[in-house]
Design a protein around this ligand. Structure first.
Ligand SMILES: O=C(CO)[C@H](O)[C@H](O)COP(=O)(O)O
Length: 150
C-alpha cells in the first residue's frame, strides 16, 4: 500500500519536521506539509487541528505532529473525534501505538529527542500493524467515551 501522510509542526518543531520530511523523501513516502513553514512563533493547536481533521476525513493514512514537547500538539489533535494521537519518544512505544492503540497520528517533541531517533520512531510507527482482537474492543471503548459527550 502506498502511504500518504499529513505532517505538521509549530515553530519549535519546524526543524525536526524538515528532517522528518527529508527522511520520508528518501523512503519515497508521500506527504502533505500543513506547516508551519518557519521558526517564527505560532500556536500548535492551529496545526494540530488542520492535520487531525485531514486524517479524520480519510485524506491521509496517518499524521505526524511535532511541537517542543509533543504534548500540546497531541492533546489538541486528540480533541478531534476519531483521532488517536500518540506521543512517542521511543521505538517500542511507536510500534505499540499502532499495534495496540491503532493510533492514527504520531506526535513527537523536538525539544526532547534528536533527528536520528525521531526518524527511527517514524519508521517503527509506519511499519507496525494494528493487531485487532482484544485491542479493537479497547479502541471501541475509547470511542464510546468520545460519543458519550455529544
Ligand atoms: O511544546 C509545546 C507545546 O506542548 C510548544 O512547542 C511550546 O510550548 C512552545 O513554547 P515557546 O512558545 O516558548 O517556544
Amino acid at each position: 500500500m502506498k502511504l500518504k501522510l499529513a505532517i505538521g509542526a509549530d515553530h519549535a518543531g519546524f526543524r525536526l519536521k524538515e528532517a522528518v520530511k527529508k527522511h520520508l523523501d528518501k523512503r519515497g513516502i508521500e506527504y502533505k506539509d500543513f506547516g508551519t513553514y518557519s521558526e517564527e512563533s505560532c500556536d500548535y493547536p492551529d496545526i494540530a487541528r488542520d492535520v487531525a481533521i485531514a486524517v479524520k476525513n480519510g485524506e491521509f493514512d496517518f499524521g505526524i505532529l511535532i511541537c517542543g514537547t509533543g504534548i500540546g500538539i497531541s492533546i489538541a489533535a486528540n480533541k478531534i473525534k476519531g483521532i488517536r494521537a500518540a506521543l512517542c519518544h521511543d521505538t517500542f512505544s511507536a510500534k505499540a501505538a499502532r499495534a495496540h492503540n491503532n493510533a492514527n497520528i504520531l506526535a513527537m517533541g523536538a525539544r526532547v529527542i534528536g533527528e536520528g531517533l525521531a526518524c527511527e520512531i517514524v519508521d517503527s510507527f509506519l511499519s507496525a500493524q494494528f493487531e485487532g482482537g482484544r485491542h479493537q474492543r479497547r479502541v471501541d471503548k475509547i470511542h464510546e467515551i468520545e460519543n458519550m459527550q455529544d
